[in-house]
Design a protein. Sequence first.
Length: 60
Amino acid sequence: MNTRQHITRWSRNPFVWMEVALLAVSIGTVALVTSTTTATEPADLHQQILTQMRTTLEQS
């Protein structure tokens, strides 16, 4: 199997796109929360990220 066939088969898998979308949402959420937060405690930041991710997933 050459590279083109492999990529074509991979790109037709809906689970791959779901994973890519979730990864993008996670990275975007972390970037957003990190840029807007004023929390100094890592635990607070972590909790804020989890809350933001939960909200984002509920909306989609």
